[in-house]
Design a protein around this ligand. Structure first.
Ligand SMILES: *Cc1c(COP(=O)(O)O)cnc(C)c1O
Length: 464
């Protein structure tokens, strides 16, 4: 046995590194409510200790972990606490984190059944449960990917395969040069990741027909152009700023009649389907052909955990097909058939843990809680002279002050406070503050404390 192997075996057997990591992790958890939500300048300055040349020799793993814990933990964004409202990031339910820890030790590759029977089994179970939760046809296929960006890429690749086939063109065989034209129909408020997928798939931005949206960011049904089987329509369950949902029933009926493909970007909003409170928003969602959704946002699994769902299994697997002399498909589920990646971590494990723990009612309760907190937050802000620009139909709030300048200054002071964090955005061409409620941990107390930060920031901004 050589020296390195001897060291590694020793590390594995005595488990001291895992124990050390666990101790640091527990300290982090215990301090999360006291930690700044975004690091201060002093801590950010400490990051320069990582700027060293590639080491020549092996180093002490315990010291390495100590460095990571000491300098790393204070330079995290405390999104697992209750006062992070930035982007649409989400937290991690304790049981999902625990399941991930265990599965990290297993280090499974979810590409093939023969690489991991447990990953294959839990992917099948998650697929079945997601279809039940979202009210989709039983045979809808699910692919487990890193996030919604890749889920949308996969859904649109399936759409590209099927729509071109309807027009007598085999895109896998013939490629895109000389192919019949495909029209992409997108609302003007579509998330940027969709346009990226369109570029990656070779359609070009010029093939996009932008449809006007109303003041909540919903596609205006009357503005939808005439559709046919060369069309792919992308709708939204949860506008990234306002949280608004498109009118799926009307839009999907028009698309279905014309044999156009509909993809729904439901990164954080698709989970609304779990609660009858959001029936009005989610109605007709099942009439689409494919969907993308993140478990790492509103469902609160750890990153990275996205899902593509596709009614047309043949289109999805044809678009993402892979062959190789050594690839051994089985009678069981082989995960690589449904995703662009081959090797991938077994992310369905955390998803399974979340759904098994919460059950349908627990998912509903979690999502309703996010909505309740958003309403409460918006009410306190309104009471304190902030202007709420959206209908709080889900977990998102768009805020402004009397002037754009005051909005920007207030936002900047809120971000510097370290007490809470939220981001900015533009809404109807104006700078706004954007809040997303997506952590199970946020309490009413967290919101009161954050609103106090807002009030203080605004009055400070008025003095500058
Ligand atoms: C977050 C988000 C995306 C991108 O998802 P990733 O998981 O970050 O790839 C796409 N659309 C919407 C509406 C989102 O909120």
């Amino acid at each position: 046995m050589n020296k390195l192997q001897y060291e590694l075996l020793k590390q594995q057997n005595n488990k001291e590194l895992l124990t050390q990591a666990q101790k640091s992790a527990f300290e982090y958890i215990d301090n999360i409510s006291k930690q700044r939500v975004f690091p201060n300048e002093t801590n950010l300055g400490k990051l320069s200790v990582f700027d060293e040349p590639l080491p020549t020799a092996t180093s002490d793993p315990a010291l390495l972990l100590e460095l990571l814990s000491d300098v790393g933990s204070v330079n995290t964004v405390a999104q697992t606490g209750g006062r992070y409202f930035g982007f649409v990031n989400g937290n991690a339910l304790p049981v999902t984190l625990a399941a991930k820890w265990l599965s990290d030790v297993w280090d499974q590759n979810a590409a093939l059944y023969v690489m991991s029977p447990i990953a294959s089994k839990l992917e099948s179970v998650c697929q079945r449960w997601l279809n039940q939760l979202f009210g989709l046809p039983e045979q809808t296929a699910a692919g487990f990917v890193s996030g919604t960006s890749i889920a949308t890429l996969s859904g649109l690749a399936a759409a590209r395969f099927r729509q071109l086939q309807k027009l007598g063109w085999d895109v896998n065989q013939q490629g895109l040069f000389g192919a019949p034209k495909i029209r992409l129909i997108l609302g003007k408020q579509t998330h940027g990741s969709v346009a990226k997928s369109i570029s990656l798939l070779g359609f070009g931005q010029a093939s996009i027909e932008w449809v006007d949206c109303d003041n909540q960011g919903r596609m205006i049904v009357e503005k939808l152009p005439g559709l046919d089987e060369s069309c792919i329509v992308v709708l939204q369950a949860g506008n990234v700023n306002s949280g608004a949902f498109d009118d799926f029933t009307k839009l999907c009926q028009l698309a279905n009649k014309a044999q156009a493909w509909v993809h729904i970007d439901g990164a954080f909003g698709l989970w609304a389907k779990a609660s009858s409170r959001f029936d009005e928003q989610t109605r007709g969602m099942e009439l689409a052909d494919s969907w993308s959704v993140d478990a790492h946002k509103t469902l609160n699994t750890p990153y990275d955990c996205g899902i593509v769902l596709c009614k047309d299994t043949e289109a999805l697997t044809s678009a993402l097909h892979q062959q190789g002399s050594y690839i051994q498909l089985s009678e069981q589920r082989d995960g690589l058939l449904y995703t662009p990646e081959m090797s991938k971590r077994a992310r369905a494990i955390e998803l399974w843990a979340a759904m098994k723990y919460l059950g349908r009612n627990g998912v509903a309760e979690l999502i309703e809680q996010l909505h309740d907190r958003a309403i409460f937050f918006a009410r306190l802000l309104t009471d304190n002279r902030f202007i709420i620009l959206n209908e709080v139909v889900f977990n998102q709030i768009i805020i402004s002050c009397e002037t754009e300048q005051l909005t920007q200054k207030t936002l900047s002071l809120v971000q510097q406070s370290g007490e809470c964090w939220c981001g900015g955005s533009t809404w109807n061409k104006k700078s706004v503050i954007r809040i997303s409620l997506c952590s199970w941990a946020t309490t009413e107390q967290d919101i009161r404390r954050s609103v106090d930060v807002f009030i203080k920031a605004r009055s400070q901004a008025l003095e500058i």
